[in-house]
Design a binder for this molecule. Structure first.
Ligand SMILES: [Zn+2]
Length: 231
């Protein structure tokens, strides 16, 4: 059972009642506030709970809205994120950014085409960025064994002790500077398999803008979890 409420300070939220004993507040990536509550709890008790937490909630909502402002919104079912901007696909004559062969008649087949196109773009761009970063870490760069691009649910990348770098194919959706930040991070693990001071120093030497890139990437995290083509 859900109910939309606007509280005293103009804070809007959705109450979701279920068989649970406690209350919780969740701020969703776009700043929507969801309050979960036991099914029979009176409304005034929920309102009081939200009021007590309102300063904390407002701050979290503002953070979420600031992050959202950094990320453009998809405009329609034929739009998708590519290298930090919104692109559209279409069949010939649609004026789209990416033209899908008209023999692929169904939307599903077209979307799979777009995904394959993005994957090949990812393979090429990521390989270039790795090749660019490797010489900058010196001799440990020789430990590099190769690149794997995979779709991962919760990680941007990883680096194994055997010298394999793995990058999340969905990274092709975020701005180039952010992709470079992840690439440099993983490549620097070839020199240091930890997150100690020496590692951070190397990352900063190779890519001085990495902190800004990481902060922007943070704002894009919800795009990683998104299925493609869901505005
Ligand atoms: Zn790491």
């Amino acid at each position: 059972m859900t109910q939309n409420v606007t509280g005293k300070e103009g804070l809007s939220y959705t109450i979701v009642r279920s068989r649970r004993r406690t209350m919780s507040v969740e701020i969703q990536p776009h700043g929507n506030v969801v309050v979960r509550a036991p099914s029979r709890l009176p409304l005034y008790e929920i309102e009081r709970f939200v009021e007590l937490k309102s300063v904390w909630i407002m701050r979290r909502v503002r953070d979420a809205e600031a992050r959202k402002a950094l990320v453009p919104t998809l405009d329609g079912p034929r739009s998708f994120y590519h290298r930090g901007s919104v692109r559209t696909w279409g069949f010939t004559g649609d004026g789209a950014d990416l033209i899908v062969p008209s023999r692929l008649r169904t939307e599903n087949a077209a979307m799979r085409y777009v995904e394959r196109w993005q994957r090949s773009e990812a393979d090429q761009l990521f390989a270039e960025m790795v090749a660019d970063a490797l010489p900058k870490i010196g001799v440990p760069g020789l430990r590099y064994q190769g690149l794997r691009v995979r779709t991962m649910r919760r990680r941007w990348g990883s680096c194994s002790s055997t010298g394999h770098v793995t990058l999340n194919g969905h990274l092709i959706r975020v701005p180039d500077g952010c992709i470079r930040g992840v690439v440099v991070h993983e490549v620097c693990h070839l020199a240091h398999l930890h997150h100690g001071p020496a590692f951070h120093q190397l990352v900063a030497d190779v890519y001085p803008e990495h902190a800004l890139a990481d902060a922007i990437l943070d704002a894009w995290t919800h795009v990683l979890y998104q299925e493609p083509f869901t505005p």
